[in-house]
Design a protein around this ligand. Sequence first.
Ligand SMILES: [Zn+2]
Length: 223
Amino acid sequence: MEEQLLQMICNQRFIKGHPDTWLWKDDDDEVFSVKSAYYKLQGNFVEEEDKVFHMLWNTKVTPKAQFLGWRISLDKLPTKDNLIVRGVQLQHNLCELCQVSAESVDHLFSSCRVAQKVWNLCDNWLGVSSVHHFKARENFKHFSIINLNTRQNSIWRGMWLAIVEEIWKHRNWVIFKQRKVDPDEIFGLAQVIAWVWMKHKISSVNFSYSDWVFSPLSCLKSL
Ligand SMILES: [Zn+2]
């Protein structure tokens, strides 16, 4: 927020012959107030949030998966960092998938080496290489394919939700069922679940699961 405020302050015009003075263009009387700055920044945030929610609600997945995406984007999941803030006593705050870094939404779904392996498997599957953002919300926003249209990319974002749903499920299996960490399993299950969602939610889907696995781009372009 400080950075945004600084940007707003620096983005000023200079008028020749006028004494230097501060004019705050976001308030009617052009006087700076914390209130008007707050509303200005809050407005940007709401706009940004609206964009993410709009993208989430346009996916063709289950409401449960959309709800998970919504909780991730607002950092509302009971990850260890959030539990500690709420006063929950834990044995340790380490991520269960890598056992190296503290568990947070951004770590678990984006920067964790296990999550990175899963996103890389997804890139290899498509035959592309991309840099994945370390913030989960940004990762979602940029999860699109350049030669797909808007509708096809909305459907493609279902794959993002399938991956995060499987990461979350896998993390819980590791904690509560002592399962072995397996990024290939996470990705394989995400491929299945994304195909099942498409099959049930989109009437024009006429490709098989093996078509989906062997040529995902052709399948998406057919929608
Ligand atoms: Zn980790």
